[in-house]
Design a binder for this molecule. Structure first.
Ligand SMILES: C[S@@+](CC[C@H](N)C(=O)[O-])C[C@H]1O[C@@H](n2cnc3c(N)ncnc32)[C@H](O)[C@@H]1O
Length: 240
């Protein structure tokens, strides 16, 4: 896995330790992870209420558990898997059953999940196919996979890395490795291979909300649909 380190003054991106270093920012709605709050709300809206008692949602790369408030009342036991110990401590404080582990080798049994959420994680892993195989392995038949991530396109590299990482409070410098952005065709193909027919839709932050948020006049920003999946997109699919 690539690491973000100071290498002769140069930032090498996607350092897993970044999340430990910035742990104090996770739950600040106006902190450096603010966009993740907006995305967690949009992800939560894709998760229906549980259809059976004891239903489990596995949150891959759960960070500090920002999805938790958006699952309230839906009837899931929320299990979060992450590498970052500091983030997991915060997730546990927000009601998540925290499991320290790698999304490429999740220490949970096959078919344990009614829902698997992979929010803003696939663009951080060096092996997309392995991460998808793990997500699908965890799902029981009839279970739902929900994803949001960044597409491997020149437009996305420009907007999400070149631009966003230079705008204070929108993205932390070095958080994304452009080489790890997600090949949409490979994602769909790999999910299909594991029995999940994935449907994609493009989203972006509402520009009006973002302007009000930057002016300090809105607490959060809504995600709105866009006709292209070439930058930020959500995906959902049910396992056969
Ligand atoms: C961009 S954050 C997203 C967090 C959360 N899903 C959210 O949207 O608020 C990426 C998270 O993935 C975790 N992560 C990165 N690589 C991982 C891996 N291989 N296994 C488990 N967690 C990983 C990081 O520690 C971080 O908490």
């Amino acid at each position: 896995m690539r690491r973000q380190t100071r290498d002769a003054g140069r930032t090498v991106p996607n350092d897993p330790a970044l999340y430990d270093r910035h742990a104090g920012e996770w739950w600040r709605p106006r902190g450096v992870f603010a966009v993740l709050h907006w995305l967690a709300a949009a992800r939560g809206a894709m998760v229906p209420a549980a259809t059976r008692p004891g239903a489990v949602l596995v949150d891959l790369g759960c960070g500090a558990g920002l999805l938790a408030p958006h699952l309230e009342g839906k009837g899931y036991t929320h299990i979060g898997v992450d590498l970052s110990a500091a983030s997991l401590r915060l997730a546990a404080a927000h009601g998540v059953l925290a499991v320290r582990g790698d999304v490429l080798a999740v220490p949970l049994p096959d078919g344990c999940a009614d829902v698997v959420a992979a929010g803003e994680i696939l663009e951080h892993v060096p092996d997309l196919r392995r991460a998808v195989a793990e997500a699908c392995r965890l799902l029981r038949p009839g279970g739902l996979l929900v994803v949001d991530t960044l597409a491997a396109t020149a437009l996305c590299r420009f907007l999400a890395v070149t631009v966003a990482e230079r705008v204070p409070r929108i993205a932390v410098r070095g958080v994304h490795d452009p080489a790890l952005l997600v090949d949409r065709a490979a994602l769909v193909e790999e999910c299909a291979r594991h029995g999940v027919a994935l449907e994609l839709r493009g989203i972006r932050p509402s520009l009006v909300d973002t302007a009000w948020w930057l002016a300090g006049r809105r607490a959060s920003v809504r995600m709105v649909p866009v006709p292209t999946t070439a930058v930020l997109f959500q995906a959902r699919g049910v396992k056969r």
